[in-house]
Design a protein around this ligand. Sequence first.
Ligand SMILES: Cc1ncc(COP(=O)(O)O)c(C=O)c1O
Length: 390
Amino acid sequence: MNMLASSAALLETESAFDVLSRAQKRAAAGHPIINLGIGQPDFQTSAYIVEAAIKALRDGQHGYTAATGTAELRAGVSAYYDRFFGLAVDSDSVLVVPGGKVTMAFAMMLLGEAGREILYPDPGFPIYRSMAGYSGARPAPYALHEDKGFSFSADEILERVNDNTRLIILNSPGNPTGGSNLEAEVEALARGLEAFPNCAVLSDEIYSRLYFDGASHLSLLRFEALRDRLIVLDGWSKTYAMTGWRLGWGIWPASMIGAATKLAINIHSCVNAPAQAAALAALEGLQDDVETMRLAFQARRDLIHARLNALPGVTAARPKGAFYAFPNISGLGLSAQQVQDQWLEDLNVAAIAGTSFGAAGEGYVRLSFANSTENIEAALDRIEGWVRRL
Ligand SMILES: Cc1ncc(COP(=O)(O)O)c(C=O)c1O
C-alpha cells in the first residue's frame, strides 16, 4: 500500500548522510574510521555565541518571534552585509530560517511548477536537483568546468535559458568542488539575463566567508540589475561552526518576500528564539574565531592538495574556498562509487563519490578537509598505500 502523493517519489537525498551513517556503524564496531565525508566545520561554536543563547534562555526569550526573524536580527544581517561586503541590504528583505537549506526549498517551492525549468550546477549540492524536481519543475543541469576552476560558462547557461526557465541556481564557493565562479562569467551571465526578466536567480553563498589566498567573495547582490529577482542564501552554519543550531537567512526581492514569509508561517512559524539571540551575537561579535578557522582550513587545503597530487593517477585542482577537495580519480580505472566503497570498507576512510553530486561527478571523489591535519595525513597515508597496491 502506498498512501503517499506521487510527488513524494520525486524526492532524492543527500548521500553524505548515508555515508556518515555507514561510517558511524563501522566506527561503533571498532573500525578506525577517519571521516572526510561530512561537510561541517570540526570546530565548536565560539563561547560568546553559546553564552548569548544561554542568556536569552535565562532572560525568558521562550516565545514565538516574528515569522521573519526578530527585528534586531534582521537589522543585524543588514549591518553584516555592510560590514563584510560593503553592500546595502534592506533589513525588510531578510528572512531568517531554520538552516540554509530552507531558503533553497522555499525558492523552489515558490518558483517551480510543472512546465517550468530550474537550472542547477552538476556537480552540485544534491538538494538542488531533488527540490527542483519535487516542485514539479524540470531540473536541468549545467556544467562546471575543472579547467576554469570549476566555474560555469555564462554562454552555456544562457544557451539553456528559455521562456520556461524560472530559476537558475548558482553556488560559489562551491560544494562539492571547492571552486569558485569566475568574475567574468558571473558578469556575462548577469548581462545576458537582462533579456530574461522572468528568470530568477538563487545564489547559494553559504561559504561566502571561506575563501583562501586573499580572494574575496563576489556576491550576486553586487549586480543591481538582478536585485528584483535575486534570492541570496547564506547563514551561520559554515561561517560560525553552527550547523546543528539550524539557522540561515535569505535575502529576498520585494516581490517575493511576502510569499516566502507565508511559507515560513505555514511551515515553522519562526526560528528558535534563543538561537536568534546567539545568531545576532555571532554577526556582531569579534570575528577572530572565523579567521582562525579560515586559516586552519587554508593550511589543511595546502596539505590535502599536495598529498592528492602526489598520488599516481590522481590530479586535484586547488580549492579556492569552502572545505572540499574534488580530485579527479579517473586515472585509477575505478568508478567514483567503487573508490568511495573501497576507501570506506578497506581503508576506513569516508569520502563521497562525485556521482552523489550529479552525473558529471563521475571520475571524482569529494574529500572534506574539515578534519585535523593528523587525520588528513593518516587518511592520505592509507589512500597512498591503496593506490600503490592497485
Ligand atoms: C552548498 C550548500 N548549500 C547549503 C547548505 C545547507 O546549509 P545548512 O546546514 O545551513 O542548511 C550546504 C550544507 O552542506 C551546502 O553545502
